[in-house]
Design a protein around this ligand. Structure first.
Ligand SMILES: [Fe+2]
Length: 401
C-alpha cells in the first residue's frame, strides 16, 4: 500500500489504511471519580493497580481507586507501587507474578510512561507467561519483524498523570538489566479506557512539565514527518500540536499548570498526538531517546527536550512540505528549521532543562557506540530522511554534545 506523502495531494489519489484501537476516552474535571465504573463496565472485578510510590500518595490516586473499595474482598484492588524509571523487565515480571497469584482480571494504570509501560508488560505476561521477550520487535534489513502475541489480554484502564500518551498507543518498552530497551507492540494493549482528568497536572513542577511536553511535541513532529503517516494521523497531529502549544503557553504564562490554565488543552493535545503515532509510528527522534535515556540515566522527557531540535534539524530539510505544515500547527513565525526549533524548545529553555549531551556527563568518545545502537532501532524504518550508516547519527549526536 503506498503511503501518503503530501498533505495537499488530491483526495482521488489517496490510498491508505488507518487503524483505530478499541478505546474509550473520558475527559474532564472529576473524570477521576469514574475510574471504578469504567473498569467494571469492561468486566474488571479484581483490578491490579500499577502506580509509582509518589503517585500512590496523591489524593487523586485515592479518588481513582475509591470506587473499588466498597466491594467484597475479592474485588479489592491489588496495588503495585514499585515502578523504577524506564520500567525494568525484571520488576514487570515480579508484578505480573503477584497479579496472577491474586487472580486479577484487569489493570488500572495511574501514572506516566513508565507506569503505562509496566502495566502493558504485566498484561502481556499474564496472557503469555514470563517469556515475553520472544514477542519483542527487531529491525532486520530495513523492516520491523517480531512474533505477535495472540493470547487474549485483560482490559487496561489508564489515568495518565503526564503528557507521555503512552497509554494511548499499542507500543511499549521494558528495560533489561544491560540497559537495553526491549520494544513491543500489541494492539490489545492500548488502554481500553483513558480517563483524562486535568486535575492530575495541577501544580506539576515547571521542569517536569517541560520534559513531558517535549515528549508530546516530539510525537506530533514525528507523526507529521513519518513515512507511515496517513491523512488521518496528520489531522490528529496538527490539532494535537496546536492544543499542546496553546496549553503550554497558558501554563507557562502562569509559571506552572493550574486547573483552567492550559491543563485541558495539554491533556487533549497529548492524546491527539499519541493517537497520531499509533499509525504514523515514530522515527529517528524516538529511536535516539530510547537508546540515550538509559545510558544517560535521565528521564524520557528530559532526553526528548534535548534531542528534539537535533532530530528536526536532521529531518526537516528532507521534507519541506512538512515544515510548512508544522509551522502552521504551532504558530511559528516561518517554516525555517530555526523558527520551528525556537517555537518548540522555548519551554525547555524557560524551565532550565539541560540543553547539551555534555551536561549529562557522557564522554564525547562514547557517542559512536550509542550511534551504533540507535542505528539498530526498529523506528528508523519510518524516518523520512534515509539513514544509511551510524555515522550520520553520530554526526547528529556530536551536534547535541
Ligand atoms: Fe515518546
Amino acid at each position: 500500500m503506498p503511503t501518503h506523502t503530501d498533505p495537499l495531494q488530491p483526495a482521488s489519489t489517496l490510498a491508505f489504511v488507518h487503524a483505530f484501537p478499541r478505546q474509550r476516552l473520558v475527559q474532564g474535571a472529576g473524570a477521576i471519580d469514574r475510574v471504578a465504573a469504567e473498569a467494571l463496565a469492561e468486566g474488571m472485578h479484581r483490578p491490579f493497580v500499577v502506580c509509582s510510590a509518589r503517585g500512590r500518595r496523591s489524593p487523586l490516586f485515592a479518588r481513582a481507586i475509591a470506587g473499588f473499595e466498597g466491594g467484597s474482598d475479592a474485588g479489592r484492588p491489588v496495588i503495585w507501587d514499585d515502578v523504577p524509571l524506564h520500567a525494568p523487565l525484571s520488576t514487570t515480571l515480579e508484578a505480573s507474578a503477584l497479579a496472577r497469584r491474586e487472580g486479577c482480571d484487569g489493570i488500572v494504570a495511574f501514572g506516566g510512561g513508565s507506569v503505562s509501560d509496566m502495566a502493558k508488560g504485566v498484561a502481556l505476561a499474564l496472557a503469555e507467561g514470563d517469556g515475553i521477550e520472544r514477542f519483542a520487535l527487531r529491525h532486520e534489513h530495513g523492516r520491523i519483524v517480531g512474533t505477535p502475541s495472540t493470547a487474549p489480554k485483560v482490559p487496561l484502564v489508564a489515568i495518565p498523570t503526564t503528557l507521555s500518551g503512552a497509554e494511548v498507543t499499542p507500543g511499549f518498552s521494558l528495560t533489561r538489566e544491560d540497559a537495553y530497551k526491549v520494544l513491543f507492540r500489541d494492539q490489545q494493549l492500548a488502554a481500553r479506557v483513558l480517563v483524562f482528568d486535568p486535575q492530575v497536572l495541577d501544580g506539576m513542577p515547571y521542569a517536569l512539565l517541560a520534559g513531558t511536553l517535549a515528549n508530546a511535541l516530539a510525537h506530533g513532529c514525528e507523526a507529521l514527518y513519518s513515512s507511515a503517516r496517513t491523512p488521518v494521523s496528520d489531522l490528529f497531529a496538527r490539532e494535537g500540536l496546536a492544543r499542546l502549544v496553546a496549553g503550554a503557553d497558558a501554563a507557562f504564562a502562569e509559571n506552572g499548570v493550574r486547573a483552567g490554565s492550559g491543563a485541558d488543552d495539554l491533556l487533549l493535545g497529548s492524546y491527539l498526538v499519541a493517537a497520531a503515532i499509533i499509525n504514523a509510528r515514530t522515527a529517528l527522534h524516538h529511536a535516539t531517546c530510547h537508546k540515550l535515556a538509559p545510558v544517560l540515566g535521565a528521564s524520557h522527557g528530559e532526553v526528548n527536550a534535548l534531542v528534539l531540535p537535533h532530530a528536526l534539524a536532521f529531518n526537516l530539510p528532507a521534507c519541506p512540505g512538512v515544515a510548512a505544515d508544522l509551522a502552521r500547527a504551532i504558530g511559528a513565525t516561518d517554516a525555517s528549521t530555526a523558527a520551528l526549533v525556537e517555537r518548540l524548545e522555548r519551554y525547555a529553555r524557560a524551565a532550565g532543562l539541560r540543553r547539551t549531551l555534555r551536561e549529562f556527563g557522557i564522554a564525547r568518545s562514547a557517542l559512536a557506540e550509542v550511534a551504533r545502537r540507535i542505528h539498530a532501532e526498529p523506528g528508523l524504518t519510518f524516518n523520512p530522511r534515509p539513514i544509511e550508516s551510524a555515522a550520520q547519527i553520530e554526526a547528529m549526536l556530536q551536534q547535541a554534545w
